[in-house]
Design a protein around this ligand. Structure first.
Ligand code: ZN
Length: 484
């Protein structure tokens, strides 16, 4: 197993080339200088993005997703459906304030949408295919006091999705502008390269995406430099309470950051087991580290490239193990093979939940039986469908809805996670395991470091299994399949 850090050696931080599907692709790059002010719970940032037009069209604007604004006061949608567990000290708000934007060194006008989710920067001249443009952004992120992806809690400070990230451009559609959503993960981004300098008070321990290149102590601060290549996002977590255990899996260092965890060694073991199992099942994890971070978080966990957050508020070690396995599976389904998590959440969550069951099938020591997981899921799903149709007269069982089109959290969880897992189990049952796992590996290999979609997934599965699965997928994702 080779690591990317050894594969790509460049003198300066320029967009790198990847060979995918026979085409050379220039990646976008982000250079971010972030300084954390602990007194004010704010992060001041200078960010330089080199954006490459990889589309077939000339474009005259750039769009960025501003997740940090989902915590703003008076939002149409709340930042999480788990509000009762999110605020440790009462309701709190946060936002991102764009100070200045330059295009190729010249001040530029910009527009933040009414919903505050999208930043649009007009380009002075059109950007043609394969051309690049340099955008400098200066901004301050004010953190809410919230146990969420982005925010400070009583034990740690989470910096998930803190920076403006370029929206994905799709030919024929333009930039895809996701809404905020209280359920699920409203994210969609391209693989890119990151160099991030983080300044933070020296009492903190840091966990981060990527690899630390330098760390220097200045007065009472630490300035740490990180590099992350071929990842679709960048995240870090600070805590003065963190302890850390680590273990190698092949060439990858698996780290477990925690506080108050008497089962820490077991949880590290689960993380190393998960990494090794998924590499064997799907394909290589090509990064030099994976950080599993127990932190203040209002529901199970959250995936970022090379870093997963695990809630410090789970009710048992058994649940901890399940969440650790689930979030690590996302390194393959979301991390390396991306998709629009706002519009097609069943792809990454369905595959991830299914992969979690595959892990327990291979690790009987956890006492969770694969067939039992599927039986329970089917029963849970049927109960949901019956109760909803009894109460409402009918139930929408389609999976291909965006996050805000699910009316309730149970509807989202059952249609996306539970039914998603059952869907992939049904595909598995329809062929022998050799063929099925070859199909999964082929899908991973084809879309590694790219974005998938329902059409691409179905086409890939049909092609590699030499089976026409179109009407099968259509019945499941459009809600037409009937469960006996
Ligand atoms: Zn998930």
């Amino acid at each position: 197993m080779k690591k990317l850090g050894f594969l790509f050696i460049f003198i300066c931080f320029l967009p790198l080339c990847l060979v995918g599907c026979g085409q050379e692709k220039q990646l976008n790059s982000y250079i971010i200088d972030a300084v954390y002010d602990e007194q004010n719970h704010s992060l001041s940032c200078q960010q330089t993005v080199t954006y490459v037009n990889n589309s077939n069209n000339a474009i005259d604007e750039l769009c960025f997703f501003l997740y940090a604004n989902s915590f703003e006061e008076g939002k149409r949608v709340v930042p999480t459906s788990y509000e009762n567990r999110a605020y440790p000290n009462g309701q709190s708000f946060g936002s991102i304030d764009m100070k200045c934007i330059k295009i190729n060194g010249t001040d530029s006008d910009f527009l933040v949408s009414d919903a505050k989710n999208i930043l649009t920067i007009m380009l002075e001249k059109e950007l043609f295919p394969n051309e690049s443009v340099v955008v400098d952004l200066e901004y301050v992120v004010d953190l809410a006091n919230i146990n969420h992806r982005l925010g400070y809690g009583n034990n740690a400070v989470n910096f998930g999705s803190f920076f403006p990230i370029v929206c994905v451009y799709e030919d024929g559609r333009g930039f895809v502008k996701n809404d905020f959503s209280p359920s699920g993960d409203p994210f969609y981004s391209d693989i890119a390269n990151f160099e991030v300098n983080i300044t933070y008070p020296n009492e903190f321990v840091i966990a981060s995406t990527g690899e630390q290149i330098e760390s220097e102590k200045k007065d009472n601060q630490i300035v740490a430099k990180y590099r992350a290549e071929n990842v679709r996002d960048f995240c870090f977590v600070l805590s003065a309470k963190f302890e850390m255990l680590k273990e190698m899996v092949g060439d990858t260092e698996v780290r477990y950051y925690f506080y108050d965890d008497e089962n820490a060694q077991e949880h590290l073991q689960t993380a190393t087991n998960a990494l090794a199992t998924f590499e064997e099942l799907f394909g290589d994890y090509p990064y030099s580290q994976l950080s599993v971070v127990k932190t203040n978080f209002c529901f199970g966990g959250m995936e970022y490239p090379n870093l997963v957050m695990i809630s410090d508020d789970l009710d048992s070690s058994e649940t901890d193990n399940y969440v650790i396995v689930h979030e690590i599976a996302h390194q393959w389904w979301y991390g390396m093979v991306g998709n629009n998590e706002f519009e097609d959440s069943w792809i990454d969550e369905g595959l991830t939940e299914f992969s979690t069951a595959l892990f327990f099938e291979r690790h009987q020591e956890y006492g969770l039986d694969y067939d039992q997981i599927m039986d329970n899921a089917l029963q849970t799903y049927k109960n949901f469908a019956k109760i909803y149709s009894d109460i409402l007269g009918s139930v929408d069982e389609s999976m291909n809805r965006n996050l805000n089109e699910f009316d309730t959290e149970p509807e989202y969880v059952n249609c996306v996670y539970t039914k998603g897992m059952l869907l992939f189990n049904q595909v598995r049952q329809s062929m022998n395991d050799k063929k099925f796992f070859a199909c999964l590996r082929d899908y991973f290999k084809t879309y590694k470091f790219q974005n998938s979609s329902p059409e691409k997934l179905i086409e890939s599965f049909c092609k590699s299994t030499h089976t026409n699965l179109e009407s099968f997928f259509d019945a499941w994702i459009n809600g037409k399949v009937v469960f006996q």
